[in-house]
Design a protein around this ligand. Structure first.
Ligand code: ZN
Length: 308
């Protein structure tokens, strides 16, 4: 009799613990954690850190400009379905803040870039920005932001702490290798060519990390229209400093940079398009550039090939 009661107890315990587990991960039937992110760079990191324990939805796909992006009805449904929400913050997703702040009252919602030590951020002057929000271009700062992803997943699912920690370690090792590759590749660019001209000021951290001067036609955001004066100023700088290449960005219309090229031409200075960079959005899913590491490598190679 004792034995039967014992077996019954064990079975009940297994049942109870299975239920408890289900409760922790109450995302969907598989017990996976449903994560919704704004930009693809965060989604990619969550896939790496969360592995098979997460289902990740990114609201902003290839070519999407996060400064201008407004949440659709479908996005709101995805946010409401999520167990955890990650966005970049520092006002990057300026037009989504209302929605994100509202969802923050009912769901764990994290602005991962806002966890970075403020001393390490580039400050911004004017506009709605206190800091430059394009932090993913400094790989070390990005790792700091991604600590939030790791700790939030562990908080949500403590039973798999080791798994998330191991995945983070692996991913960070790849990011360190990426950084080493970028340092080596960017070092090949001669001093007088170390100027990066793009459609908007997304590359401040990139420039700081690799000792490149950066110039954007538009400021940190794309929500203010650039004027003729901005085009003319940039043209004058290109001519005066004999800068030979400018870069387009996948999430911004080529029109602005073409106006600069045309303006330089009228002054007898030939400027070429050095290539397309992934600044605020990643490439197509399923391609190498559809990952953070792939897009970063693409940018480094495109820049160094064009101006070294
Ligand atoms: Zn931007």
């Amino acid at each position: 009799m004792k034995k039967i009661v014992g077996i019954f107890l064990v079975i009940s315990l297994i049942f109870v613990s299975a239920c408890a587990k289900q409760n922790v991960n109450k995302g969907n039937d598989d017990g996976k954690i449903i994560v919704t992110t704004t930009i693809g760079q965060i989604a990619d990191a969550v896939k790496n850190i969360g592995g098979e324990k997460v289902i990740v939805n990114s609201l902003m796909g290839p070519g999407t400009d996060p400064h201008l992006y407004k949440a659709t009805q479908g996005d709101i449904a995805k946010l409401e379905k999520a167990d955890i929400i990650f966005y970049s913050g520092l006002y990057l997703e300026g037009k989504m803040l209302d929605v994100l702040e509202r969802i923050n009252t009912t769901k764990p919602t994290y602005a991962i870039a806002e966890a970075i030590d403020k001393e390490k951020l580039l400050s911004a002057s004017g506009g709605s920005y206190a800091y430059d929000p394009h932090v993913w271009f400094d790989i070390n700062l990005w790792k700091e932001a991604l600590e939030v992803v790791k700790t939030s997943l562990i908080e949500r699912d403590p039973d798999n702490k080791d798994y998330y920690e191991e995945n983070t370690k692996k991913y960070f090792k790849q990011l360190d290798e990426l950084r080493a590759y970028a340092v080596e590749e960017m070092a090949q660019i001669p001093d007088e060519q170390r100027v990066l001209v793009t459609a908007h000021d997304a590359f401040g951290y990139f420039g700081k990390a690799f000792d490149m001067e950066v110039m954007g036609l538009q400021g940190l955001s794309t929500d203010s229209e650039y004027g003729l004066g901005d085009v003319q100023n940039l043209v004058d700088t290109l001519v005066k400093r004999n800068i030979k290449a400018v870069f387009i960005e996948s999430s911004i219309s080529e029109r602005s940079i073409n106006a600069v090229i045309e303006g330089a031409k009228q002054k007898g200075h030939e400027v070429k398009i050095g290539g397309e960079l992934f600044s605020d959005a990643m490439g197509e899913e399923g391609t190498e550039e559809g990952t953070y590491i792939g897009m970063y490598k693409h940018n480094v190679k495109t820049i160094s090939d064009a101006i070294k």
